[in-house]
Design a protein around this ligand. Structure first.
Ligand code: NAD
Length: 272
């Protein structure tokens, strides 16, 4: 399939390095004819990796934005419309950060200042993005906005810590804002709940390797890769998913609906 996104204009948050899910999304969107702006926190850009991605994607423009700041968000949305020459058709929110995990704090010993920051960056930022676009009337009718989530929003994965609460809130915003934006502009808002994926954020979760192997053994199709996730995002940005909104969409090789698998037994037997 070629040029699935031809003529569409977007914003992609969160490409830190070539392991990032957002990085893969940017590559696929470029391949399929979209034009977009890349963004990340100013501090994340110091490594300069995003410049390589921008070059590969037809010299895409980069606009820094710390998602916890209203003024950064407003600047990003207005600059993006200027750069792209009009309203936006698709946005990927691929942002997550847990201060308590970073500082090695357990879920039963949370620092609440850190917890506020985690919720602000990983979840409230999604509402901030939606509200900024809504108030600036920045989205074209039938536009599509996606945020990335994880199944710890529904089920307990103890080491996922406070990010579970952040993801629950994120998914709730997609439903609640999806109603209002759908009524006014037919804009659809969904979350994609992705398999464990070896990225910088993913690998920061304690016991990530075990998590990853367990999920892979339980899922009949195995874990979904970052590249496969990018393909799913692309489909959600395209006109082929116009009536899908306010959903949390599992992209996990069947993990979320599987209760038992012999492969998990085999995995346990091989552990010391
Ligand atoms: N990796 C996984 O196992 C997995 C599974 C399910 C969902 N997700 C979600 O996918 C999304 C992308 O993560 P990833 O796995 O590609 O890891 P990643 O580390 O490559 O991406 C996380 C991004 O968040 C950005 N970020 C952090 N604080 C920010 C701020 N204040 N302002 C702007 N950007 C900021 C980082 O710079 C980084 O680019 C996250 O929401 C994550 O929770 C990841």
């Amino acid at each position: 399939m070629n040029n699935l996104l031809k003529g569409k204009k977007g914003i992609i948050f969160g490409a830190l390095n070539d392991k990032s899910i957002a990085w893969q999304v940017a590559l696929k969107c470029h391949e399929q004819g979209a034009e977009f702006v890349l963004t990340n926190a100013p501090i994340a850009m110091r490594m300069g990796e995003i410049n390589k991605l921008a070059e590969t994607c037809g010299n895409a423009q980069i606009v820094p934005c710390d998602v916890s700041k209203n003024e950064d968000m407003e600047n990003l949305i207005s600059k993006s419309m200027e750069i792209l020459g009009g309203k936006i058709d698709f946005i990927l929110h691929s942002v997550g950060m847990s201060m308590n995990i970073r500082k090695g704090k357990a879920y039963t010993d949370l620092d609440y200042k850190f917890h506020h920051d985690t919720l602000d960056i990983s979840a409230i930022s999604f509402h901030r993005l939606l509200q900024t676009c809504y108030n600036m009337d920045a989205m074209n009718d039938w536009g599509s906005i996606i945020a990335l989530s994880y199944i710890a929003a529904q089920r307990v994965f103890p080491d996922y810590n406070e990010m579970a609460d952040a993801k629950s809130l994120l998914e709730s915003y997609a439903r609640s804002f999806g109603y209002h934006y759908g009524k006014r502009n037919k804009v659809r808002i969904n979350t994609i709940s992705q398999s464990p994926t070896p990225t910088t954020a993913g690998s920061g979760v304690k016991g990530f390797g075990d998590f990853y192997d367990y999920a892979s053994a339980l899922s009949p199709l195995g874990n979904a890769s970052a590249e496969a996730c990018a393909e799913y995002c692309l489909m959600m940005f395209s006109d082929f998913s116009r009536l899908v909104t306010m959903q949390n969409l599992f992209h996990d090789g069947g993990f979320s609906n599987t209760g038992f698998s012999y492969d998990v037994f085999k995995l346990m037997e091989n552990r010391d």
